[in-house]
Structures are given as C-alpha cells and as structure tokens.
Ligand binder design. Structure first.
Ligand code: ARG
Length: 594
C-alpha cells in the first residue's frame, strides 16, 4: 500500500513550487478529525520569507493544488493551516488493493520494502556476563528487538549485535574463584553449571576483598587471560558460555534473536587500532591525540570536566591496557569495515550518553566512521519499582529479570483464570496463553513508554484489560477474529475484487487509520520510537470499537446487502491483520482466542 502521507506531501510540494514557494510541505496526520485527516503548515514558515500573509499564501497553494482524485476540497484554517480530508472512494480503493495473505508467507499488508536498503547494526541487550541479567537489561533487549523488527520489515539488512561484557579484570577474579571452587572444571569445561551467577559473583568478590593471596592470584589470572594462556582461556570460556546460557533462556522467552559478540571478540583489533591512532598522532592538530600521565588520550572539542578542564578519552591506559572506549572504537571499525554498516544504533541506557558522544566524536575524528555512517545512541530511561525508586530485592540486591518475567506470567495466569470462569481453557492452554500474555504485557508496557522516560514497573497496570496495554490489544485482536467465526465465513476467502465501501463516519475513520499504518512504520524506521507504534495500534483498536459499537457504529454480521456485509467483514479482517502485524513488530504474539 502506498504511503498517503508521501502522496499528499508530493502534491502539496508541487503546488508550492507552482506558486514560487518551494520548501518542505510539512504535511502531518491531524491530531483531531475536525482539522481533516492531514494538515500542512508550510505556509506559516514560508510566508514571512516571501513577504506575504500566511493565509494568502495558503490560499495560493490551495488554488494550485491538484488533489481532486484523492481529497475533498482543501480548507484553510486558523493562521494558515491547510486541512486535507481524504475521499472515502480513495480510501476504499487503497484498501481494496491490499493483497490477501499468501499461503505461509509473511503478511506485509501490501507494504513495499524500502527502495534504499541499508546495512544497519543494532547494538542491543549487551549485559555484563559476570552477573545475571537484571531488570535494567529489559529495555535494551525489548526496544532493540522492536527496532530490529521494524528495520527488517522495511527491507534493511540488520545485524543484531549482543555486545556482552566478557573481558576485563572481573574475569580474572571469577576464573580464579571458579578454579578454587570447581577444580575438576579443567577436564570438563562443558559440564559447568552455575545455578546462581549473582551469588557466585558475590562469593568471588568477598574472597577477593578478604584474601590477599586470592587477590594476587586473580591479578595473575587476568594477565594469563590476556596473554592467551590456554587453560585460563578454557575456564574463562566455560564461564562465559554458562553465563550466556542464562541470557539465552531469557532471550528465548522474549523471542529475541541476536548474535553474541562480546568485548573479547575485539581484543586483536584493539592492538591494531592503537597503531592506526598512533599514526594519526603525528599530524594531529593541536595535539588532540597525545599522551597524558602515561596514558594515550583523545582530547575532543567540547568535552570538559566539571572544572572546565579538557576531558580526555583514554584509549590506552598507563599500564598498557585498554578500556571500554578502546573496545567501542575497535567495534566501530569492525561494523563499518567488515559488516559494511552505514547506520549503527546503540540501545544503551542514558547514563552512557557521554561515553557514546565521545566515542562517536573520536571515531569520526580519527577516520573510523565517515560522513556516510550514521552513529546514534538510543538512550533510554530506567525501570523503577512500583513505588518509584530503583529496583532492589528485599535484601537490597539487584532484581533479576527472570524473577520479574516469572511474576508477570504468574499474574497473567491468575487474570486468565478469573476471565475464564466457565473453564473453557485446558490446563496446558491456560499456561501457554499466560506465557504469551504475561511476556507480551511486560514488553508492551515497556515499549509504550517514551524511550527517554523512566517508568514504574507496575504489573497490575500492565495486565489491565482496559487502556493501552497488551491484554487489551490482544483481546481486541481475538474479538475481531471471533467476528469472522460468528459470521461463518473464511474472511481471507472473501472475493477480493469486490470493492470496500465506506459510508458511515466510523467506517471512514477506521479506514483512515488503516491506511496510515505504512507511513507510521516508515516514521518509526527513521525516528526509532516504538511508542509511536503502540499509540497507533491503540488508536486503531479504538477506531475499531467505535465502528463495531452496537449503538453508534455499524452492523457487520447482519449487515445488508451482501456487498456491504462483505466489505465490512473485510474491514474487520484488515484491522485484525494490521493489529497482528503491528504487535508482531513489537515482538508480541497474538492469540486467536482469549
Ligand atoms: N556491557 C555494557 C554494560 O553492561 C553495555 C554495552 C553496550 N554496548 C556498547 N557497544 N558499549 O553497561
């Protein structure tokens, strides 16, 4: 399906050029139907430049506008807005043209992939393997996955990179502790099981703090690890593999696919890029790459300490070691030079904002990323407990992500049982549905919040059957599917050449929402805001409720004549398909019955 927004933008732009007012047509979907379906506010900005009154310029543009085939006559409102209302006949034609689902194929609702596919790297999830995944990793994983799904749908090649923390001094301590606790691991590295990574870490740390000999041993282990000592590497790998198994239990539940490629993957590259950096040092104007207290540093414009001193980004420590920034610079060279990325997205919490600003500025300055490569940090806010403070267990520890997911699923089961008083669900069905609803609710709630904001993890709210929640959306989907069943027709098999007829205001409003799906997705692929998708789906579900409303909506199953009934059943089908596809892009499954 074509993007109506693009079509209208093109038409308004052509009219603007005709009247000598070329510029951005600034067409947007209207927030309120009383301003039409779309609005252009180009006249306001341009009028001043052209020495005209905005309303006069708007009138000139409208006079030159050729949109009879798709819109009602344009109206000028307020200081010079141009309001555009789509013709029902045009809406009907667009929707009639949506192909039915090809057998077994992905339902694209007729949305064409982009004409300009890119190679995009998404850096997502990326926990530190020393510890268990905690609630803070939920957002990176879920937001990152949604962005990947939307970009893939749009036709881009997407690399989902799990940049796990698997390198650094902590691992010397963990390997040394592991050798003391489970010495037979040397012979059976594959049999390593650590039930609780968190308490394993705490035990290692306690030993480290209390025992000088162990401390020394840990330090030696780090050196051995870095020098590639085979036994040390073997134990380290056994530990990382076990930790990754914990992560993948969670990814499986969340249905998130990704490629594990941790910091350790880039160790050889780090040596190499330091060589490349040192070559640049010679000609570095103003000495922006230089040694400072024995460390090799970048001094980048615009970064200062609180006291106004230049803030260095250390790329090689005075002991010769590398740090987080070095690994991120090396990672950029891999992504650009090996993967061919032209857009790299980092879904990482907001506290790392400055780290990424410096890494990006450094990568550009040293030539690791040219102007043809976009680097974007998609920072996000924190997940807080229901009372609005940082999540902690009763004992003050971090809250494991697994525990939260378990709780959501358990609560979803209770909600389902309550709904299902007549016991239509078997034990197994209920458990399966609870997993889908519980996990879906957690994801949806996260994605429905603006990325940068903090939010409170509120299970009752997530599982509410009313409002902008996953259960409401899933229920809306299942209910629409039941209409087809009640009508006794296979909606997918309705004659596709019969036109979709739009008369009733609720019917037209639903159609407008339906055609806006493709442009909503294109916008998300650009701006990377999943909450725009949840909002869209919620609006769509509400438009459907008004259409299907007994009192103020239309008749569907018992509508006459047959052509109207078929048209309305197809609108139901299109709504269900859009909900399913949209929820799917959020990473949320639907159920046919609920
Ligand atoms: N492992 C890091 C952490 O837990 C996040 C890594 C994010 N990605 C990156 N390329 N730096 O904070």
């Amino acid at each position: 399906m074509k993007s109506v927004l693009e079509e209208l933008s093109r038409r308004v732009r052509t009219a603007m050029v005709k009247v000598g007012a070329d510029g951005d047509p600034i067409v947007r979907a209207s927030q309120d139907a009383k301003f039409g379906d779309y609005q252009s506010n180009a006249a306001m900005g341009l009028a001043k430049k052209l020495g005209k009154k905005p309303r006069d310029l708007a009138a000139e543009i409208v006079a030159a506008l050729e949109i009879d085939d798709i819109c009602e006559p344009a109206e000028i409102a307020g200081p010079g807005f141009i309001n555009l209302t789509l013709k029902p006949s045009y809406l009907g034609k667009l929707l009639t043209g949506v192909p039915s689902v090809a057998d077994g194929g992905l339902d694209r609702l007729g949305i064409e992939p982009t004409a300009d596919p890119q190679v995009v790297v998404v850096d997502l999830s990326s926990p530190n393997l020393a510890k268990e995944m905690h609630v803070g990793h939920l957002r990176s994983t879920v937001i990152g996955d949604c962005i990947c799904r939307v970009l893939e749908f749009e036709g881009h090649t997407v690399h989902r990179e799990n940049h796990v923390g698997d390198w650094g001094t902590q691992f010397g301590m963990l390997v040394a502790h592991l050798l003391r606790e489970k010495p037979d691991i040397i012979d059976h590295p594959d049999e390593l099981v650590i039930a609780d990574l968190e308490s394993f870490y705490v035990a290692a740390k306690n030993r480290f703090d209390a025992d000088e000999a162990f401390k020394a041993e840990s330090r030696e282990t780090v050196v051995k690890l870095q020098q590639g000592d085979p036994t040390t590497r073997k134990i380290w790998k056994a530990f990382c593999d076990e930790s990754l198994r914990h992560c993948h239990d969670i990814y499986d539940r969340l249905q998130v696919r990704l490629t594990d490629r941790g910091e350790s993957y880039y160790t050889d590259r780090m040596e190499e890029i330091i060589g490349r950096i040192e070559k640049k040092m010679v000609g570095a104007d103003g000495g922006w790459i230089r040694e400072s207290d024995g460390a090799l540093c970048f001094f980048l414009d615009g970064f200062t300490t609180r006291d106004g001193e230049p803030l260095p980004m250390i790329v090689r420590k005075s002991d010769g070691g590398f740090n987080y920034a070095t690994s991120d610079l090396a990672t950029i060279t891999h992504r650009v030079e090996e993967l061919g990325a032209t857009r790299i997205l980092y879904v990482v919490g907001l506290p790392q904002k400055q780290h990424f600003e410096m890494v990006f500025a450094g990568a550009r300055k040293v030539g690791f990323a040219g102007d043809d490569v976009a680097l974007e940090h998609l920072g996000f806010g924190s997940v807080l407990s229901k009372s609005g403070v940082m999540f902690k267990t009763r004992e003050g520890g971090t809250f494991k992500l697994k525990a939260l997911l378990d709780e959501a699923v358990e609560r979803a089961l209770a909600v389902l049982r309550e709904q299902d008083r007549d016991g239509g669900f078997s034990e197994a069905q209920a458990a399966k549905t609870a997993e889908i609803v519980g996990i879906g609710a957690v994801k949806y709630f996260d994605l429905a919040h603006a990325r940068q904001s903090d939010y409170k993890f509120d299970i009752d709210h997530m599982l509410a059957m009313e409002g902008n929640t996953a259960p409401y959306m899933m229920y809306a989907y299942a209910r629409i599917r039941s209409i087809g069943r009640k009508a006794g027709v296979a909606v997918g098999a309705l004659p596709a050449d019969e036109p979709i007829l739009l008369e009733h205001p609720t019917e037209i409003a639903l159609a407008v929402k339906l055609v806006q799906f493709s442009e909503t997705l294109h916008g998300i692929a650009r701006e990377l805001r999943p909450n725009v998708l949840t909002e869209y789906l919620y609006e769509l579900a509400k438009a459907f409720s008004r259409f299907y409303d007994k009192k103020n909506g239309v008749r569907v199953i018992d509508a006459t004549p047959e052509s109207v009934r078929n048209s309305r059943l197809r609108l139901c089908d299109l709504t269900a398909r859009t909900l399913k596809l949209g929820l799917g892009l959020l990473g949320i499954e639907t159920v046919e019955r609920m």
